[in-house]
Write a protein that binds this ligand. Structure first.
Ligand SMILES: Cc1ncc(COP(=O)(O)O)c(C=O)c1O
Length: 444
């Protein structure tokens, strides 16, 4: 074990930072100038110097009910006392059955069967495996192709980054999963500064038809998209786009997968983006807000017919050779059920909807800054593209650090700022957040 000189000079810590290899982080830079978040409550964080920061990102899209919810903490503590862990293969624990039913009450149509996993990335891998196995069980085993979309983000595991379209997540890791094609993205100039769904770009969904024409519809297992592309910088679907994907999928027997890891659980003002846009997929992934960020958990929900096809095809024994040690972890299930109860009791999805006009108004007003090149928003999600400085990403990073130093936490992807405030935000909280963003942008 070799220590380094990266000790954190703060009143709260005297820790060597060298040992932790941080994810999606500029490690060297961070360890020179760390940004440590030490405490959280409600809409706010406190850094290790005790300074308060407003949370403009709901953790990482995962704490819409606000930090430090006592109800979740109590449910987790009670579950740990009752049953900390039991094997999820061939055994069950009571909480997962209850949670699956509660989720099925929120998902659209007959998407009623829920498979639990530990992260959004695992949910995507599981969804793709379910799609391939579904076709195989129907005697359609030649359907092995999967269609994703440029600029999509579906996590970091092999199938996920293969169908994803964020270049820097792809270019270092080899060839990825075979048989993957990508639709063109919908980040088009015609929709610049259009909040809500863009008027232009529905025809981009016809790319799926072109893939059918090229490869044969009967070779394609699934098409996976985020209903609103999140990590790339918030791209709401153009009007009519998702509807067209649905029609093409139906015509050719392709399963439509919505990756709702960010959009699930009220971000659009509806339980899922599927309901917000009135388009029902066959499979949906969800994660993040499912436990209000308290315990890692994610899920894949499928139409009853998908489940029945796989399960009924196997007369005895295990039907789906897939699962994780942390699938349906009892403590995560307890956290999730407590979270869903908060969403319901506090009517948080309706609250997100009610807050949306004010959020979008403040978001759109950032256009006054000369360096802002485009703004997009839907529900409580906002993306702001900045004109790049000499080095791509430098301006975005300046905003991230500038806001941290002046008391706000947001996400940046390259030179795009991403906002996703908690649903418990008040209008004053939004004024605080946007006031800080205004001040930082004015200085650039
Ligand atoms: C749409 C989408 N899918 C999948 C993932 C991966 O989730 P995780 O980081 O939990 O693996 C993310 C993460 O941001 C996401 O936004």
């Amino acid at each position: 074990m070799s220590a380094s000189a990266n000790a954190l000079a703060s009143p709260l810590h005297n820790e060597d930072l060298s040992f932790h290899w941080m994810p999606f982080t500029a490690n060297r830079q961070f360890k020179q100038q760390p940004r440590i978040i030490a405490r959280a409550e409600g809409m706010h964080y406190w850094n290790d110097r005790g300074e308060k920061l407003v949370d403009g990102l709901s953790g990482l899209f995962c704490t819409p009910a606000g930090h430090g919810r006592r109800e979740i903490r109590d449910a987790v503590a009670a579950q740990l006392e009752r049953l900390d862990y039991a094997p999820p293969f061939q055994f069950g624990t009571p909480g997962s059955f209850q949670l699956a039913r509660e989720i099925a009450q929120l998902t659209p149509a007959d998407i009623d069967r829920v498979f639990f996993v530990g992260s959004g990335s695992e949910a995507v891998e599981s969804a793709i495996k379910i799609a391939i196995q579904y076709h195989r069980r129907r005697g359609d085993g030649q359907r092995l192709r999967v269609v994703g979309r440029e600029k999509g983000y579906h996590g970091v595991n092999f199938a996920g980054w293969s169908v994803g379209g964020m270049v820097r997540n792809r270019d270092m890791f080899g060839l990825g999963m075979p048989g993957v094609s990508h639709l063109r993205h919908t980040h088009i100039a015609e929709n610049r500064f259009q909040l809500g769904q863009g008027e232009h770009g529905a025809d981009l969904a016809d790319d799926l038809q072109r893939m059918v024409d090229l490869h044969g519809g009967d070779t394609i297992a699934a098409c996976i998209v985020e209903p609103i592309a999140g990590s790339v910088g918030i791209l709401p679907p153009p009007k009519g786009y998702l509807e067209k994907l649905r029609v093409i999928c139906d015509k050719h027997g392709i399963l439509l997968i919505f990756d709702e890891v960010i959009t699930g659980f009220g971000r659009t003002g509806e339980a899922f983006a599927a309901q917000a846009f009135g388009v029902t997929p066959d499979i949906m992934t969800m994660a993040k807000a499912i436990t209000n960020g308290n315990i890692p958990m994610a899920a894949v929900a499928v139409r009853n017919g998908v489940y029945d096809t796989i399960v009924d095809a196997v007369p005895g024994g295990i039907e789906f050779f897939h699962g994780y040690t942390w699938s349906a972890h009892p403590v995560a299930c307890a956290a999730a059920s407590a979270t869903l109860k908060i969403f319901k009791d506090d009517e948080l999805f309706a609250r997100a909807k009610a807050l949306t006009p004010k959020f979008l108004e403040r978001l759109g007003a950032l256009r006054k800054h000369a360096i802002v090149q485009d703004i997009r928003g839907y529900g409580l999600l906002g993306g702001i593209d900045l004109a790049p400085a000499e080095a791509a990403g430098a301006r975005g990073f300046a905003v991230l650090t500038g806001l941290f130093n002046t008391g706000a936490v947001v996400r940046v992807t390259n030179d795009t700022i991403i906002l996703a405030p908690p649903f418990i935000a008040t209008e004053d909280d939004l004024d605080d957040l946007f006031g800080k963003i205004d001040a930082v942008l004015a200085k650039l």
